[in-house]
Design a protein around this ligand. Structure first.
Ligand SMILES: Cc1cc2nc3c(=O)[nH]c(=O)nc-3n(C[C@H](O)[C@H](O)[C@H](O)COP(=O)(O)OP(=O)(O)OC[C@H]3O[C@@H](n4cnc5c(N)ncnc54)[C@H](O)[C@@H]3O)c2cc1C
Length: 348
């Protein structure tokens, strides 16, 4: 009898598996690579909303959990995964500069925003109103982290690379049984794939498609991430990720010409030197109506759980929310209504 079956191994599944590893629980992961949100993500962590210069939801607390969490994984997998990457907000006007300075005077934001105007020194960028720098930012190499972790799971015989077929799961009082495997509990973490899950597809996940282009620009010697109408994120070897888009009306997994054109149009407003688009990626963010995670236990089945709804900022939120869910399931800790799936019970 296993302790857990985990369905889905993106950021959510990985965050929960780390809880199981820390607490010596046995588990098996099912992953079919049908969703790509985590694998295409920019991997940035940044506690500030750069549109309005406000603190992201519980970001300060999440940061304190997330950094040691990724450091542990880095050590366990013996792979460099975390890099300190400054995030520079390109100002569009003097008014924006003033809003930034106002935010700098606020208690927590003041610790996260640099109060000076920073002048651009990188050739090929048009930055007439200068930058503001966000502190405590960085990048997780999320693609490498997930691939290396899957290899680690393979060595432990703890992963099966196939689709979980919901209709084949038998739910008993004290355990679930799936294709001959018995487990005390099952955790679903399928991202936008949850729309196919009969146990949880009543939850209001609507999905938001995001695309990046990857450009090669040899003349651009940029070591920082820049946020303008799009992000430019340095990847090394003169490659940069540029994006992302936000589309609610398209749930197809393929990249689109419209997204590439939109990203290039925005990029061309401040990148003034030639570049080549060498790749493009797309994924569906598992976004929720109220923009909060979805965690908890099924109303009718005490051994069926869910971790989802990390539509954006999954890097920061995932470790904290997985820990809360684990403590809820294993130690009976109560869940805050803001994140508990029970907040949608009235809609059942
Ligand atoms: C373009 C883009 C850029 C982003 N940039 C950032 C960023 O810079 N920083 C940040 O913090 N966040 C970013 N995000 C958001 C971040 O990617 C999400 O918060 C996070 O990836 C959600 O992870 P998840 O594990 O919940 O979902 P997913 O990554 O979708 O993982 C779900 C997994 O479940 C698997 N699965 C589904 N159904 C089944 C089944 N039946 N059987 C087996 N396996 C199944 C899927 O294959 C998938 O691997 C970005 C998202 C996008 C799309």
């Amino acid at each position: 009898m296993l302790d857990y079956i985990i369905v889905g191994f993106g950021l959510s599944g990985l965050s929960f598996v780390e809880q199981l590893e820390d607490n010596n629980k046995s588990y098996i992961v099912y992953e079919d690579f049908s969703q790509k949100s985590s694998r295409v993500a920019g991997g940035l962590y940044n506690p500030v909303i750069l549109k309005r210069f406000t603190l992201a939801w519980q970001a300060f607390e999440q940061l304190k959990v997330a950094i040691p969490f990724y450091q542990n994984i880095q050590k366990k997998l013996q792979q460099p995964l975390i890099s300190d990457l400054p995030v520079m907000r390109r100002f569009n006007s003097v008014e924006e500069q003033n809003s930034w300075f106002e935010a700098c005077d606020k208690p927590i934001l003041g610790q996260l925003l640099s109060p000076e105007l920073i002048h651009n020194t990188t050739e090929g960028l048009d930055i007439p109103f200068h930058y503001g720098e966000v502190k405590c930012t960085g990048k997780i190499d999320i693609y490498t982290m997930l691939s290396s972790y899957i290899e680690y799971l393979k060595k432990k015989d703890a992963v099966i690379n196939e689709s979980f077929e919901y209709s084949k799961m038998l739910v008993k009082d004290k355990f679930v049984e799936y294709k001959g495997i018995k487990s005390k509990r099952v955790l679903f973490a399928e991202g936008y794939g949850m729309i196919n899950n009969p146990f949880f597809n009543h939850l209001p996940i609507y999905g938001n498609k995001g695309e990046y282009i990857i450009i090669k620009c040899e003349a651009l010697k940029l070591q920082k991430a820049i946020k303008s109408s799009v992000f430019i994120i340095p990847l090394g070897d003169d490659l940069y990720k540029v994006g992302a888009t936000y589309a609610n009306d398209d749930k197809t997994p393929e990249v689109t010409t419209a997204a590439r054109e939109e990203l290039q149009r925005k990029l061309n407003q401040f990148l003034t030197i030639p570049y080549k688009v060498v790749d493009q990626v797309a994924g569906i963010r598992p976004t929720v109506r109220d923009r909060r995670p979805l965690i908890g236990t099924h109303t009718d089945y005490q051994n069926i759980h869910v971790l989802n709804g990390l539509g954006s900022r999954g890097i920061l939120i995932g470790p904290t929310i997985a820990k809360r869910l684990y403590n809820h399931i294993e130690k009976g800790a109560s869940l805050n209504q803001e994140v508990d799936i029970k907040r949608f019970d009235a809609n059942l």
